[in-house]
Design a binder for this molecule. Structure first.
Ligand code: SF4
Ligand code: SF4
Length: 331
């Protein structure tokens, strides 16, 4: 399976993240699944003119490829011309290149939240760059390619969202496509692969015991749950960050930072500081997915009244200050 990769309006962090793929080295893993890059701007050996020739040949059909991966938002400005981002040496806007190449690709993958939904590239007030995702503008269907776009392989754009994307989400999606095929039923309502988006970040969070008892951290070094005070939206973010660790054993939560839902459209403009929880009458506005507000309020009150001393004390400390009681196990 041949992959053509382009980078547009973004920081390149998704490629950097991909290069940290593990447990096997990225290229060994892809090679053994029969996947190779036709061209990648950060990895290719070609000179600029040779690279343009490869891209031209892909666009006119003389070099066949299977998957078009686009990293970074599509910059349509100024005034819809796309000239804020010309493909170097070609004189043509990147938006035009992507539109041409998407028609040749069997499948189109948006790599990262900028390419999927616009992401941080679209977050400047008024969006002067006219940045958008490939098939979504935040959560609205459309984007550069339009609502009706379906690639030759029969799928809309596959949105491997994340800021940056987890390397495993890209590798597993490419491998699933190469080895088993990818169907619409493998994607969620926003086109994200269910192989990572059928979980919530909350699942597997090491702070779950604190969440159960609503024992909350007051500052970032505390061990407690970050939802009540420090902006955590892990109960709403569709990703497996705490089940599929980053870089061996890390995650935002394990590092002491709240989940800011970087896999969701519009995460970049929450309307409040990222690491603060927005509340109304003392109740967080962003409630867990699937939970009615009245239940949450009742459960939170009950949980708080039943919080063990150990959990409360440890939630506001940066290490265990009260150990779990040692008792004879019941026969
Ligand atoms: S810190 Fe966030 S992800 Fe972890 S338990 Fe609390 S709400 Fe869930
Ligand atoms: S924990 Fe949340 S903010 Fe962090 S990478 Fe996962 S989805 Fe993004």
């Amino acid at each position: 399976m041949r992959v053509l990769w382009l980078q547009s309006g973004g920081c390149g962090g998704c490629t950097q993240s991909l290069l940290c793929s593990e447990p096997r080295a990225l290229f060994d893993e892809l090679r053994d699944a029969g996947i190779r890059f036709v061209w990648h701007p950060a990895l290719a050996h070609e000179s600029d003119s040779e690279a343009l020739q490869v891209l031209q040949s892909c666009a006119d059909g003389s070099i066949a490829f299977d998957v078009l991966c686009v990293e970074g938002a599509m910059l349509r400005g100024p005034n819809g011309t796309g000239k804020f981002h010309l493909m170097a040496g070609s004189g043509a806007p990147m938006t035009e290149w992507v539109q041409r190449l998407a028609l040749r690709a069997r499948w189109v993958f948006a790599i990262g939240s900028c390419s999927a939904f616009g992401g941080l590239s679209a977050s400047t007030p008024g969006n002067p760059l006219q940045a958008t995702g490939l098939q979504y503008e935040t959560s609205d269907f459309g984007g550069l390619l339009g609502e009706e776009f379906v690639s030759q392989g029969g799928l809309p754009v596959v949105n491997i969202a994340g800021c940056p994307v987890h390397p495993g989400w890209v590798v597993d999606t490419l491998e699933k496509l190469a080895l088993e095929g990818l169907q619409r039923s493998d994607l969620d309502e926003l086109g994200r692969p269910l192989l990572y988006a059928d979980q919530l970040v909350h699942h597997g969070c090491p702070r779950n015991e604190y969440y159960e008892f609503k024992a909350s951290a007051k500052k970032h070094s505390d061990q407690g749950c970050l939802m009540e005070n420090l902006g955590c939206k892990g109960t709403q973010a569709h990703a497996d960050c705490n089940i599929r660790p980053w870089n061996g054993n890390g995650s935002c939560l394990r590092g002491g930072f709240a989940c800011i839902t970087c896999v969701e459209p519009g995460f970049e403009a929450p309307g409040h500081p990222f690491q603060e929880t927005r509340k109304l009458a003392g109740i967080p506005i962003g409630l867990p997915a699937d939970m009615p507000k009245a239940w949450f309020v009742a459960l939170a009150a009950l949980s708080k009244s039943a919080t063990p001393k150990r959990v409360r004390a440890n939630s506001m400390a940066d290490h265990t200050v009260v150990r779990p009681a040692v008792r004879k196990s019941e026969k």
